[in-house]
Ligand binder design. Structure first.
Ligand code: NAD
Ligand code: UD1
Length: 313
């Protein structure tokens, strides 16, 4: 049975990936410092090492006996990266180099999380992997640094990698109470309780919301596509959704009237973010993405199961 190390396996994306690996019978070891992840997210049957991704000895020890690494551990918030520039850099870029170095020593393939944040304010939509990268944040700059170090890992050290540029990922287990959580978990939580939501700006801004199930499929497929050419793939749907349409869809799903307040647009807000899913479909063999409505229903159902006392219906 194949054995994988999943860094950040107690987080949102990592825990869903570990569930999928366990379901297909693979052995799973998680390395996580539990800073934003939770022990309760650990997939049944997976083992956990609590440790820091930027500690090379911890990473090397965690890779013993595994057949591949899926590297998701990071400080996944643009705002936190802005507050703690150097600390985030240590985790997000130094931590990734520690993973590549351990992979070099043990001849392992690595699939790692990049981000649509590498594109920054590039307006050439939809964004293909060939589009210019112009990060607007320390977070995006470090993710781009990960991609460049992956190139070095392949060219200089023979480490096969695949980088996945996730767009706006959503699904169960995204904490709506976190100040860094995405719009979908916030809207689903508030509307399912029958509360009002806040829309920043006119609500016509659009995002490419990709379901966690599609992200897990891309990660699993990435394992077979890791190569020393260090390919990168968008993980997106290619379908734009405005914030207002999102709010209306969630309100309809929850069976509540839509009460919304408008606040000024966030500073530095990107108006439209949309990925081109063509390369991932062709090379990773991904099919049609999960429909937005279906994915939203999963989030609402999870919130209702998790917080039954707070949610009507
Ligand atoms: P998350 O915060 O839920 O998961 C990150 C995990 O990494 C957590 O379990 C956390 O405890 C762990 N971690 C953080 N610092 C660590 C350290 N120093 N050592 C060991 N473990 C550490 O976030 P997520 O949304 O699941 O993100 C997973 C990956 O995907 C990250 O690399 C993130 O940058 C990337 N990503 C996410 C999105 C999204 O929309 N969620 C979009 C683009 C990229
Ligand atoms: C994402 C990051 C953000 C980063 C940005 C850089 C997440 C959760 N956020 O933001 O940290 O700065 O990429 O590109 O990954 N919205 C509302 N009401 C709300 C919450 C959000 O109207 O209560 C709007 C936002 O203004 C935005 C859209 O919803 O237009 C999506 O917001 P969000 O989920 O935070 O993602 P990004 O803006 O893409």
């Amino acid at each position: 049975m194949p054995h994988y190390l999943v860094t950040g396996g107690c987080g949102f994306i990592g825990s869903h990936l570990c569930d999928a690996l366990r379901r297909r019978g693979d052995a799973v070891r998680v390395l996580d410092d539990l800073s934003t992840g939770h022990r309760g997210n650990l997939a049944p049957g997976a083992s956990l090492i609590v440790g820091d991704i930027a500690d090379p000895a911890a990473v090397r020890a965690a890779t013993e006996g595994v057949d591949g690494i899926i590297h998701l551990a990071a400080i996944a918030s643009v705002e936190r990266a802005a507050q703690d520039w150097l600390g985030t850099h240590r985790v997000n870029l130094t931590g990734t180099i520690a993973v590549f170095e351990a992979a070099r020593a043990r001849h392992l393939p690595v699939v790692y999380a990049s981000s649509a944040a590498v594109y920054g304010d590039n307006a050439a939509l939809p964004l293909s992997e060939e589009a210019m990268t112009r990060p607007l944040s320390a977070y995006g700059a470090d993710k781009l640094g990960c991609e460049q170090q992956a190139r070095v890992a392949g060219l200089v050290h023979g480490v096969p990698t695949a980088g996945l540029r996730f767009f706006n990922v959503f699904g169960p287990r995204q904490d709506p109470a976190s100040p860094y959580s995405g719009v979908i978990s916030i809207f689903c939580d508030r509307l399912a309780r029958g509360e009002a939501i806040t829309v920043y700006g006119d609500g016509q801004q659009t995002r490419d919301f990709v379901n966690i199930a599609d992200v897990v499929r891309a990660l699993l497929a990435g394992l077979d596509r890791a190569s020393t050419a260090a390919p990168v793939f968008n993980v997106c749907t290619g379908r734009p959704t405005s914030v207002l349409t999102l709010a209306e869809t969630i309100a309809a799903l929850c069976g509540v009237p839509l009460q919304l307040a408008h606040q000024p647009a966030r500073s530095g807000e990107i108006r439209h973010s949309l990925g081109d899913a063509g390369r991932a479909r062709a090379v990773l063999g991904l099919g049609e993405p999960v429909g937005l409505r279906e994915g939203l229903a999963d989030v609402v159902a999870w919130l209702r199961a998790d917080r039954p006392a707070l949610v009507p219906g």
